[in-house]
Design a protein around this ligand. Structure first.
Ligand code: ACO
Length: 333
């Protein structure tokens, strides 16, 4: 039976997975002309994790997903919806979500991918909560997972030092209490200038060819400066759009979990919002930018570290290729 519209959608559990292999800035300096000093001062990144050879985006998703199911304290058979956000799927099709469905042993579950790059986790929170509220599904497993190392150009120092691999997950379900859980989801997109952040080849526009490979078009390309300015503006707006309808003020927010792209972006966002940095959960120094996985990993880390309590207002916010952006306001159950 469909839930009453006031029924809440809550986060029942969280999980994350980071590959074992630690790659320091000094390791990156052996590949390209860069330094620990440049990377730390311009981005806040100290090291990142890269997946092992043969370890796939779906493998990492399953590890994070299993932990989220365990943390939710439910049987895996209770999951009836899987959504995976990634820009580095195991293959263009079938979806990574279907591979996860099979590897987790969840027959007949509805499973599909979404592509919103680094905004993937907040986009899938919005989609899953709407699908749960519809009454068609009862327990959703959402996962943001990336093997960014599979599309990085290790001859381009302006991009390869920024990204890392990993996965973050959450289990969502309907709750009886009202006024808690996922209170609001906001988001937007602007596809007018796709080349600022893209993987040009491998799709229908530029199918794989000897020429596309020679031109290194299968790697991630980014104009960092253009994205920087937009990121601060759209993330700031997404946060205000999420909290203002609830009459909340910046002081009411207990924890902000921002997409981990660059410490200077997070600093500027904190200043724009007027929320002190000690209310932000950051792990950029250890993992770099894990794209769609970043918000899920940080949420799991903050929750397990005891930084989130019942009744807390938690604000998630992200932006990424597209451009896409979005935020989620949660009152922890
Ligand atoms: N090591 C050493 N020098 C470098 C490196 C490096 N790794 N990379 C660039 N430089 C050099 C540049 O060549 C340039 O040299 P020049 O002045 O001689 O031309 C100089 O450093 C300054 O480069 P800028 O691009 O101006 O550096 P900036 O301070 O803007 O920082 C950065 C670059 C870190 C990429 C920043 O612009 C940024 O973080 N932008 C946002 C990126 C982002 O958040 N992307 C989100 C992706 S999310 C998703 O959906 C995947």
């Amino acid at each position: 039976m469909p839930p009453h519209s006031s029924q809440s959608v809550v986060i029942l559990g969280t999980g994350s997975y980071l590959p074992e292999r630690v790659v320091t800035n000094d390791d990156m300096a052996k590949l390209v002309d860069t330094s620990d000093e440049w990377i730390r001062s311009r981005t806040g990144i100290g090291e990142r994790r890269f997946a092992a050879k043969g370890e796939t985006t779906s493998d990492m998703a399953c590890e994070a997903g299993r932990k989220a199911i365990e943390s939710a304290g439910i049987a895996k058979e209770e999951i009836d919806l899987i959504i995976v956000a990634t820009m580095t799927p195991d293959m263009p099709f079938p979806s990574t979500a279907c591979l996860v469905q099979s590897k987790l042993g969840l027959p007949n579950v509805t499973a599909f991918d979404i592509q919103a790059a680094c905004s993937g986790f907040v986009y899938e929170l919005s989609i899953a909560s709407a699908m749960l509220r519809s009454g068609q599904f009862k327990r959703a497993l959402i996962i943001g997972t990336e093997k960014t190392s599979s599309i990085l150009d290790f001859e381009d120092r302006t991009t390869c030092v920024l990204f890392g691999d990993g996965a973050g997950a959450a289990v969502l379900g309907c709750g009886d209490a009202t006024g808690v859980g996922i209170l609001n989801c906001t988001g937007g997109s602007d596809g007018s200038n796709p080349s600022v952040l893209c993987q040009p080849a491998g799709g229908s526009a530029i199918p794989a060819s000897i020429e596309s490979i020679q031109a290194r078009q299968h790697f991630l390309k980014m104009s960092g400066k253009e994205i920087f300015k937009q990121a601060v503006r759209v993330m700031g707006q997404a946060c205000m759009d999420a909290i203002e309808p609830f009459g909340l003020k910046k002081d009411d927010i207990n924890l902000v979990i921002p997409h981990q792209a660059n410490m200077r972006i997070i600093d500027s966002l904190a200043k724009r919002l007027g929320i002190p940095m000690d209310k932000f959960h950051n792990n950029l120094d250890r993992y770099g930018n894990t794209s769609a996985a970043s918000v899920g990993i940080a949420l799991d880390e903050a929750y397990r570290a005891g930084r989130i309590h019942s009744g807390d207002y938690v604000l998630l916010v992200a932006f990424g290729a597209g451009l896409t952006w979005g935020s989620t306001l949660i009152k922890w159950q």
